[in-house]
Design a protein around this ligand. Structure first.
Ligand code: C2E
Ligand code: MG
Ligand code: MG
Ligand code: MG
Length: 294
């Protein structure tokens, strides 16, 4: 009996397993055509300066609107980015994302919208691609976007391994004038010592801490500690996943620099972002420089 149960179990398992592999294979095949079929779209989530709620940038988040039998199905990035990573397709997709993001910001600027920057997520496979730097240079060069308007988001998991090579690559990006942000900060396995050597401009506090911050004092303390540590190293702090006034209040009180989350806005498709930027035109930009004369 036990043997039978075991066998059935195995067969169920094998069936699920085969189906899962098939799904993954199908996704890879479909993803291969997604760019050519215009199924990928950039969404933009506005970022606001905490102290005065001035719109100071936007994170680019990819969406895949996959068409099957006349139906459109939105596949979230958490589903397809890992497949794109493992198959290597992320190199082509990531190039397209970066180029499109740079062109979009340049277009906004040419239309008189002074959005200071876009922030683009970079995956590990892209970052370790030997042509990565050249790819970034070309995206900037072809769009004629000035590098200080571009921020790249990397994660702690990309900062382990060949430290010397990573440090060199980050320094080259910095030298180009690009800003570097560390995404999902506090969830990785790498050591804090890299913060000393790597030229990171911005820490993005992971949203898991923000979510519990107003219920759990331990999360609140972690958030406060990250802000203080980052500031003492000369970094700016972004809180992501901010959904409530209460969370915003805590972060403003702790002098967090930038706020991103549903409290202000979900990620928006390009045309909606354009509408928002036009309606907020007077509330966009860099901090007002303190006058030297006054
Ligand atoms: P991430 O870079 O940490 O992006 C933040 C995620 O939080 C986004 O999910 C965003 O839509 C979501 N979010 C923003 N505000 C809130 C909020 O107030 N509450 C909650 N609960 N969530 C919020 P999304 O767009 O589904 O992206 C998930 C992840 O997929 C991203 O995490 C990033 O790791 C990856 N990803 C997205 N776009 C790209 C891309 O263009 N390239 C690469 N390599 N990865 C991407
Ligand atoms: Mg991100
Ligand atoms: Mg994040
Ligand atoms: Mg994330």
């Amino acid at each position: 009996e036990a043997k039978n149960a075991g066998r059935n179990h195995y067969q169920f398992y094998r069936k699920d397993f085969t189906a899962a592999i098939q799904d993954r294979l199908n996704m890879e095949i479909n993803l291969r055509n997604a760019i050519a079929k215009n199924e990928l779209q950039l969404y933009f989530q506005p970022q606001y300066r905490a102290k005065d709620r001035v719109l100071c940038g936007a994170e680019v988040l990819i969406r895949w609107f996959h068409q099957v039998d006349g139906q459109i199905k939105m596949v979230p990035p958490n589903h397809f980015i890992p497949v794109a990573e493992e198959s290597g397709l992320i190199v082509d997709i990531g190039r397209w994302i970066l180029r499109t993001a740079c062109k979009q910001l340049k277009t906004w600027q040419q239309e008189g919208i002074p959005l200071p920057q876009v922030s683009v997520n970079i995956s590990a496979r892209q970052f370790s691609d030997p042509d990565f730097l050249e790819m970034v240079e070309n995206a900037l060069g072809d769009s004629e976007l000035a590098p200080e308007h571009l921020e790249l988001e990397i994660t702690e998991s990309m900062l382990v391994g060949d430290i010397k090579r990573i440090e060199l690559q980050l320094k080259r990006l910095k030298k180009m004038g690009i800003h570097l942000a560390l995404d999902d900060f506090g969830t990785g396995y790498s050591s804090l010592s890299y913060l000393k050597n790597f030229p990171i401009d911005v820490l993005k506090i992971d949203q898991s801490f923000i979510r519990e911050m107003t219920n759990d004092s331990r999360d609140a303390n972690i958030v406060r500690a990250i802000i203080e540590m980052g500031h003492s190293l000369g970094q700016k702090i972004i809180a992501e996943g901010v959904e409530t006034e209460k969370q915003l209040g805590y972060l403003v009180g702790r002098e967090c620099d930038i706020i991103q989350g549903y409290f202000f806005s979900p990620p928006l498709p390009g045309h909606k972002m354009t509408d928002l930027l036009c309606s907020e035109r007077k509330n966009i930009g860099k901090p007002k420089q303190k006058s030297l004369i006054n």
